[in-house]
Ligand binder design. Structure first.
Ligand code: GAL
Length: 809
């Protein structure tokens, strides 16, 4: 259990120092009791849960499997994908056992509790339909699994031990992807004085910004009489830069307008954060303290100019992300999220869309710190269903509350530059849907007048006719590259956002021949080709979006579907068991880059060199056969050599979208040996080269950790890429060896993942097969600091060991 105390110092005539505690935030993370199944007695305070499993929260009960075809077998037509006839679908929600009811119970006591305190129980998400009981009494419920929500439990809390019991249940046919299951985000108890700052009661905006100064407006909603407020602003170095004191209240709100000189503006390239410390007093007595990080930055969306940040026009280089963390499931983990963002940063991405629901607060904190703009989305469904038991069941009762909580909980994050009220909602058809779009947008505006609202639209023609698209602040098009021009003409905003783009499919390290552009292409091994030419009937390959992004000044950027593979939605293999995770990712489910990563990197990362060659060069049996070679690079031309023989120079050109963004040698005949590419700058000077060599037999295991030093907090992670090399140290790109993992010392084995969308091996078991020569092992710290050892073995292979250090906080 973790406590955060907001303490302060009171100086009494310079002699005595008194520490006083005004607010505690207690995360309920350890010693939860958990059991799957209905249990009519489990809400009771004295219920015996001693035989239940002990778990930590955040927790995802379903990620431990097993994968089972029956879990999400459905005979449906996915109307969204243009299907008209129902067929048997499997793996749609990841084939993991997330359906059903489960209970969580936690015994906790509140430190230094006194009657009269205000106590709030805060959930940052609970999957789903949580029913919450404290000391045997129901204190509240929610519906949507992605929402943040809280209850006032001041009346029910008591001194000493309290028992919290939470029932969560997931219906079948409730999701289009793996939703996870259980208390997968933080639960905390906040204890404060009667006179205090309300939950999510601080709102910071920066209405005026120039080089000399910024006007920072801090609105603070409070409870209690005769209070006054002091807000102090600190810069990122912790130095006080401004302070304001006020006792003038407007209703229950204080409004302070504070001048910050020479503001350091937040941007993806300069994620500079200020902190506001707001102290609430009654007389001389401090009653509450809240600290809020914020950024000073200006966003504008203007006709014919597009989007600008701090006065500079730029286009979103974004990716969509589902909330699962691959082998860790949906249990939120900051180290796992940080790793995702580190990978995306290297690719040059500067924006994230939380498709199709509320992001974790951890993800937003990281985006603020690491520099990513954020499109925060609320719903995948409104009143008209996509899936039988989806959000449509809750829309009328909950939509407003869910949007309000989304905005109130996250509005101070400078990373958020736009809201989305929905994704491809079937309500795009008909006037009722137009009204819903306006109603939701108005709620966003009421709660946050500073950011615009979009909807990811796929029924572009319908929304042109109905007024749906015209009323949005930002018209977002999902795919439909052929309709951009028309939408730009018809819609009155003067710009178009690629709210969802590409949906190209590929499997890491898998290449298919002949190399041709295809839609919904299927192969016997249920993999998709990494030549990056395969998409779905509704979607396209990346280059087609690049053309629009580069040629149309009124296109304000794109959010690629998706940054990482996710559990569920195994299109184009929705009907092919055992496919159980997506093929859409730029990175695979393990977080390993697919070739496409380098295609995006070659245009998005404008500071580092990209020179990537595909395919691998281990094609025994294809000798003499046509084996095209592609190069993804930021250079405009390059020469390719096979075993020293030139295959000619290729130069990017405008003949096709592919020729504009890739260098392609379509007629190369395979012969084992060395593939070498030499890149030229625009003066024809050779500036970089890369080789790909044919590997021999797998000989030795190689371990490559992303971090060698982790924190001993029981949560931090190191991701170790495991590969095998031949006797000469050349990576074996087709190896499929079964490997075993052993972690000892002050850490634990957490999971492994190889990125194979058809693998039924369980992530948490310490063995897995390599897929295309690689997999990733995740090692977690425990709360003791010291060394952590990983040993990886495989039959017939030289094993490998690694030492990590887990350090004190
Ligand atoms: C979109 C949808 C996404 C995902 C994607 C796959 O239409 O918004 O959630 O299903 O298609 O291509």
């Amino acid at each position: 259990m973790k406590y955060f105390f907001n303490t302060f110092l009171v100086f009494f005539i310079g002699i005595q120092i008194v520490f006083s505690q005004v607010r505690t935030v207690q995360e309920l993370d350890i010693n939860w009791k958990f059991q799957k199944g209905e249990n009519p007695e489990a809400f009771q305070q004295n219920f015996d849960d001693s035989k239940w499993e002990t778990v930590t929260v955040p927790h995802d009960w379903a990620i431990y499997g097993p994968f089972d075809k029956e879990v999400d077998k459905q005979t449906v037509a996915i109307v969204q994908n243009g299907e008209e006839i129902a067929s048997e679908k499997t793996g749609r929600t990841g084939a993991l056992p997330h359906i059903g009811t489960a209970w969580y119970r936690n015994k906790f006591s509140v430190p230094q509790y006194e009657k009269g305190k205000k106590v709030t129980l805060l959930f940052e998400g609970a999957m789903s339909e949580p029913q919450v009981y404290l000391n045997g009494k129901k204190v509240g419920e929610w519906a949507f699994g992605y929402s943040y929500f809280y209850f006032d439990i001041s009346e029910e809390i008591k001194e000493g031990e309290n028992t919290l019991a939470v029932e969560v249940s997931n219906k079948e046919f409730a999701s289009r992807w793996y939703p996870g299951a259980g208390l997968y985000r933080k639960v905390s108890v906040i204890v404060k004085n009667k006179e205090s700052i309300n939950q999510w009661g601080t709102t910071i905006t920066t209405p005026i910004i120039n080089d000399e100064m910024a006007k920072v407006t801090v609105k603070t909603e409070v409870s209690g009489e005769d209070t006054h407020l002091v807000t102090t602003i600190y810069n990122a170095e912790g130095i006080q830069v401004a302070e304001d004191k006020t006792s003038t209240q407007f209703g229950n709100e204080f409004v302070q307008n504070i001048k910050v000189n020479t503001p350091n503006r937040w941007s993806p390239e300069n994620p500079y954060l200020y902190t506001a410390k707001t102290q609430l007093f009654v007389g001389e007595t401090l009653k509450d303290v809240v600290t809020t990080r914020f950024g000073i930055r200006e966003i504008k969306f203007e006709a014919n100019k597009g989007f600008s940040l701090n006065g500079e026009v730029r286009k979103f280089k974004g990716v969509c992300l589902h909330h699962d963390l691959g082998p860790l499931g949906t249990a939120v983990n900051k180290a796992a999220l940080r790793r995702q963002l580190t990978i995306l940063k290297d690719m040059g991405a500067d924006a994230i869309r939380s498709s199709h629901n509320m992001p974790s607060l951890e993800q937003l904190e990281l985006c603020d710190e690491m520099g990513f703009m954020f499109l925060a989305e609320s719903f995948d469904e409104w009143a008209v269903p996509k899936v039988e038991n989806g959000y449509n069941r809750f829309f009328s009762a909950y939509a407003e509350k869910d949007v309000v909580n989304l905005v109130r909980a996250t509005k101070n994050h400078p990373s958020i530059v736009m809201w989305s009220s929905g994704n491809e909602v079937p309500d795009q058809w008909g006037t009722a849907g137009v009204k819903r779009a306006k109603w939701l947008q108005d709620i966003f505006h009421r709660e946050d007048p500073t950011r615009p609202v979009t909807v990811g639209m796929d029924q572009v023609k319908a929304t042109m006719e109905s007024g749906f698209g015209a009323l949005l602040d930002v018209p977002g098009l999902n795919y439909r590259v052929h309709l951009y021009e028309e939408a730009y003409e018809k819609f009155p905003q003067g710009f178009i956002l690629g709210s969802e783009t590409a949906s190209t499919v590929s499997s890491r390290g898998i290449y298919k021949f002949p190399v041709v552009k295809e839609k919904m292409k299927q192969y016997d091994d249920f993999q998709s080709s990494s030549y990056d030419l395969e998409a779905c009937s509704w979607s396209n390959v990346p280059d087609e979006d690049f053309v629009l992004q580069d040629d149309k000044p009124w296109v304000i950027g794109e959010f690629v579907w998706t940054g990482f593979d996710y559990l569920g939605e195994p299109t184009p293999y929705d009907e092919s068991w055992p496919s159980r995770s997506s093929y859409f990712g730029i990175n695979d489910l393990a977080g390993l880059p697919k070739d496409r990563y380098y295609l995006y990197r070659s245009r998005w990362n404008t500071t580092d060199e990209t020179l990537h060659v595909l395919p691998h060069w281990n094609w025994e049996g294809r000798e003499g056969e046509t084996t095209p070679v592609f190069v993804y690079t930021n250079y405009n031309s390059a020469e390719l050599f096979v075993n020293g023989k030139s295959m000619g120079i290729q130069e990017k050109n405008n003949s096709t979208p592919q020729n504009r963004y890739r260098l392609m040698w379509m007629d190369v005949k395979y012969e084992p040996g060395i593939l070498k590419v030499v890149a030229f700058d625009d003066n024809g000077k050779s500036v970089a080269e890369k080789e790909v060599k044919t590997a021999g037999k797998p000989y030795q295991i190689v371990l490559n950790p992303d971090r060698k030093v982790i924190k001993a907090d029981g949560k931090d992670l190191s991701y170790i890429t495991v590969s095998v090399v031949d006797k000469n140290g050349i990576e074996c790109p087709t190896a499929t060896n079964q490997l075993k993992f052993k972690v000892s010392g002050n850490g634990t084995y957490r999971a492994a993942c190889n990125g194979d969308a058809t693998s039924l091996e369980l992530f948490h078991l310490p063995t897995m097969k390599l897929f295309s020569g690689k997999l990733v092992v995740t090692v977690q710290s425990n709360t003791e600091f010291g060394d952590v050892y990983l040993k990886v073995t495989g039959k017939g292979l030289k094993s490998a060991s690694l030492k990590l250090s887990s350090i004190k906080l």
